[in-house]
Design a protein around this ligand. Structure first.
Ligand SMILES: [Fe+2]
Length: 477
């Protein structure tokens, strides 16, 4: 039997499976255009606490939904329609898909006399949920010129209104049962806020006029010496302890054995990456995994994504325009293969995800909110130079700036079981052929970074805001 969501509409053409990942320096002048203030922070410790009352849920709903619209506000309907490559989704698709999520997983089973807003929206805006029926081809999302950006706005307004009405109508027992799904919807929308920014960066990079999304360039940063933090190994515990929101893939908490190791106290910089390039980094087969070298040759990689050379100077496309590469900023938009090759060239290695998490917690930065960092609320939308570590800690740039590639394949933790039903498709089915990244980036919404958060992308992905932190010692690579 088709889900209630699809009962009122006819069959559609089967399509390909979409795959999606799913998450301070003082901001320089002009970084925040009018109406682009970050969502208000909801801070209750290291993670966002469960939200149970209708008032709390409604407030959080308005915050999250409003922030998505503010991120999209600087973009024209034309900007919001373009899909510059298969991995990128149009801005208006993100706005509609996160709306579809609330309509499908919250309204469909709880709203009296539920009827979908649009006859075919369930088909257009389902991302990858097989159990909810067929959906439109992901690489062709840019062909969907209708509904337009304004109609998507009407869709959002309609679902927002119905959602608030539903919250007002639910009894306490039903609300308590539904609250975890609603909270998942908040974090799902935050993931798409980050993806929206990553995707529009790629879209604008393909425009020969190199449009600016927001912000302006920071002052050129000063050189900064790389330090190392020794971490005692042993039998450690990793994974989310419970007591606040986490995705299913962060649990169960479990034990891991770690040899003693060292972790770099900051991310690899553009200047260090330029040295790697000057030393033939992209041409030396001995530095590369076989699959990585194949990608280098097939894709013609000779620098990070968004770098281009003009009259001997390397330039970098950013959301605030195209500028000469700043040697002091973290290198960004490199694939796992490039990160691994760089580590080999440097005589180091990438940390495992368990090493990363244990080091961060041991360094007193389990609480991401207290640790701070260059997240989206800094409104720079670009990695910043490493500043000082939080008081009492030694690791810098833990949260924000760039998602950090680890040496860990994205697999289920021991004892992991996805939830039953369509929501069980959220994370578990992607645990193949991807690598884990940790920490968050300059596009990650506040309240969406934590020590146990497991982001994941394929080995060759470069459009995500990903960077490199080195490790040394401990287990051999
Ligand atoms: Fe999604």
């Amino acid at each position: 039997m088709p889900p209630r969501w699809a009962r009122s509409v006819g069959p559609a053409t089967a399509t390909t499976v979409g795959l999606e990942a799913t998450r301070c320096a003082p901001p320089p002048e002009r970084l925040t255009p009018a109406g682009l203030d970050p969502v208000s922070r909801v801070r209750h410790g290291g993670v966002v606490d469960s939200l149970h009352t209708a008032v709390q849920l409604a407030t959080r709903f308005d915050d999250v939904r409003g922030y998505t619209e503010r991120l999209a506000a600087p973009l024209s309907p034309e900007d919001q329609t373009v899909q510059s490559m298969p991995d990128v989704s149009p801005t208006k698709w993100h706005r509609a898909h996160v709306t579809w999520f609330f309509e499908t997983f919250v309204l469909a089973d709880h709203e009296r006399d539920f009827a979908p807003f649009g006859d075919r929206y369930w088909f257009l805006f389902n991302s990858y949920y097989e159990s909810l029926g067929p959906r439109f081809s992901r690489p062709d999302r840019g062909l969907v010129t209708r509904p337009g950006a304004h109609e998507v706005g009407s869709y959002r307004d309609n679902v927002d209104s119905r959602f608030r009405d539903l919250l007002d109508s639910l009894d306490d027992g039903t609300l308590t049962k539904l609250a975890p799904t609603i909270e998942l919807g908040f974090h799902h929308e935050q993931q798409h806020q980050e993806l929206l920014l990553m995707d529009i960066k790629h879209v604008l990079s393909r425009n020969p006029l190199q449009p600016v999304y927001a912000g302006s360039r920071r002052a050129v940063s000063e050189p900064d010496e790389l330090g190392w933090v020794d971490v005692e190994g042993g039998l450690v515990e990793v994974g989310h302890e419970g007591g606040g929101f986490c995705f299913d893939n962060e649990q169960p908490r479990h034990r891991q054995w770690l040899e003693p190791f060292r972790l770099a106290d900051r991310l690899v910089t553009n200047g260090e990456w330029l040295a790697f390039m000057a030393d033939g980094g992209y041409e030396r087969p001995e530095l590369w995994l076989s699959d990585g070298l194949a990608q280098v040759r097939a894709q013609g990689w000779r620098a990070p994504l968004y770098w281009s050379q003009h009259e001997g100077t390397w330039l970098e496309h950013t959301l605030h325009g195209t500028w000469p590469v700043d040697p002091g900023l973290p290198v960004a938009h490199v694939s796992f293969y490039e990160a691994d090759a760089y580590a080999t060239w440097a005589g180091k290695r990438l940390p495992s995800e368990a090493e990363w998490e244990h080091a961060v917690v041991s360094d007193g930065q389990a609480d991401a909110v207290r640790a701070g960092g260059n997240l989206a609320d800094a409104a720079s939308f670009h990695p910043a130079a490493a500043g000082a570590a939080p008081s009492g800690s030694r690791l810098r740039q833990v949260y924000g700036d760039c998602w950090e590639w680890t040496s860990s394949a994205y697999h289920a933790y021991p004892g992991f079981h996805p939830p039953e039903g369509a929501i069980g498709e959220y994370n578990g089915k992607f645990m193949s052929n991807q690598m884990v990244l940790r920490g968050g980036c300059a596009l990650t919404p506040p309240g969406h970074a934590r020590a146990t958060y497991r982001n994941f992308f394929p080995h060759g992905a470069r459009w995500a805001l990903s960077g490199v932190r080195l490790a040394d010692g401990g287990e051999p690579r």
